[in-house]
Design a protein around this ligand. Structure first.
Ligand code: TRP
Ligand code: SF4
Length: 328
């Protein structure tokens, strides 16, 4: 079985954007591949080193969401990046041979530097995070990495670093392949991309009443002021969400919106119910798991024990090739 790996920063409870973007993918990978899912807590430090208060709780919340969604520690290996110190050592070695110019031309670096003006992120750690990511992937000899379009340059960098290492120290590292994930963009309640930091997210753990309220506040077709104005579903986030959660009725909703047969309030209530129904099973399992947060820690510990063994093997080989130790 091919080995696939992906990591996520601990951001706490997951929302609908994660469901469509990540969790569905992870479940598919779990069924098809030897899967490694890790909590990228060191990566969280690259932009948020100044506020680390949430790291531990966010990790637990996220992993409980994984478990409730059906990711199974018996089938997938789940671990926390910082439980595998070999990753840091490997990143140090890879950093030695990574030209600064490669990091400076990383589009995410430039973008985030411009965007996150309120944080001092022109740091060594932040510009170097693709090196850490390369270490994450190659320490477990990941063969495939599911990525969104925006993450492609990072994976390319991992491949370049692998080639450079192999060129200098002899063929050893495997260049990972990207699997481009077919991530649909999920609009938040304000129409922007759904994100916890925008305050526009519907969380997987939200109760049906909360979901209903959030959906009711969603922005619809701005041209539809009165009930009998004709609607334009193509500009409406509520309709975009129906396309994900009320697929079978999408055509009917579209037609009845255009003809003003369907009012926005009813349309939203229907969406609220669709989302709540889609999450019913998750919500039930998640509520049970909330009483047992130790299950998250147990899954991570078991995963770390397994990954540390693999990582120790990689580090031993890497050291030998770099003449760091005498046991060649
Ligand atoms: N870069 C990703 C992020 O910041 C997380 C990540 C870290 C990752 N290491 C990885 C993803 C390795 C895939 C493979 O969210
Ligand atoms: Fe949007 Fe539904 Fe209102 Fe049409 S009826 S504008 S799809 S909320």
């Amino acid at each position: 079985m091919k080995r696939v790996l992906t990591g996520y920063r601990p951001t706490g409870r997951l929302h609908l954007g994660h469901l469509v973007g990540n969790l569905q993918n992870m479940l598919e990978m779990q069924a098809k591949y030897d899967s490694y899912f890790f909590v990228a807590d060191w990566h969280a430090l690259t932009t948020d080193y100044a506020d680390t208060t949430g790291l531990i709780d966010y990790t637990t919340e996220m992993v409980l969401d994984w478990l409730a969604y059906g990711l199974d520690p018996e089938k997938s290996t789940m671990y926390r990046q910082s439980d595998v110190p070999e990753v840091a050592e490997f990143a140090l070695y890879l950093g030695m041979l990574t030209p600064i110019a490669w990091l400076e031309r990383n589009p995410t670096y430039k973008e985030q530097l411009a965007e996150l003006k309120n944080k001092e992120i022109a740091t060594f750690g932040f510009i170097g995070y693709p090196v850490l990511q390369a270490a994450d992937i190659m320490i477990v000899r990941g063969e495939m990495v599911p990525v969104g379009e925006d993450q492609l340059p990072h994976l390319e960098l991992t491949r370049e670093i692998a080639r450079r290492f192999n060129h200098i120290y002899g063929d050893y590292l495997t260049e990972p392949q990207a699997i481009l994930s077919k991530g649909k963009r999920v609009p938040g309640t304000d129409g922007r991309k759904m994100s916890k930091s925008y305050g526009n997210a519907i969380f997987l753990t939200d109760e049906p009443e909360v979901i209903g309220k959030k959906v009711r506040k969603m922005i619809t077709d701005p041209a539809r002021v009165r009930r009998d104005d004709l609607g334009h579903p193509e500009v409406c986030s509520v309709f975009a969400m129906h396309g994900i959660f009320t697929k079978e009725e999408s055509e009917r909703i579209e037609a009845q919106c255009r003809s003003a047969e369907l009012g926005c309030t009813d349309c939203k209530d229907l969406l609220g119910r669709s989302i709540s129904d889609a999450l019913a099973g998750f919500r039930e399992r998640r509520a049970k798991l909330s009483a047992h947060p130790e299950l998250a820690e147990e899954a991570l510990e078991a995963g770390a024990a397994k990954v540390r063994e693999i990582a120790a093997g990689t580090i031993k080989d890497v050291r030998a090739r770099m003449n760091i130790c005498r046991t060649k």
